[in-house]
Design a protein around this ligand. Sequence first.
Ligand SMILES: [Zn+2]
Length: 153
Amino acid sequence: MNEIPKELLALKSDKYSPNLRKWLRKELDRLGEHVELVVVSREGRRRIGYFHEDDFVGADLPRVLNSGVRALKFCFVEAKLHGYQADPEFWEKYRELGKCHLDPAHSWYNERWIQTGAKSRQCRWCGRRHRLYSVVEKSEVWREVKTTTNGHK
Ligand SMILES: [Zn+2]
């Protein structure tokens, strides 16, 4: 199943993207059809929209999160032949993890964190915990060697 659960359109928690909700509402109103199929391209890009024969009509999912209704829609010609695969677990995962499902590295949103200690924090949306580590970078550089003799060999 890849249909959006209806209650997701009603949820207002900041765990879920208001831009994605607005985009879905607009597209559903405009087309009156299913536009919520999430597919993954061969390069690993997630897109949302619908198949029209072999083509896929939709938008890049990260763009929808960033730009909402302003995210441009494209027709990805012969998407099926180019390896686009439906992501049947997407909405289930999105319901569970919210925006964290789209940003597993946790690098996009600072408002998700609860400070749980001087060096620890927890994601409010998915529960993942982080600890602050000190990192010492190691590198190599060439430097002149001072010699006591004056000559060159
Ligand atoms: Zn999270």
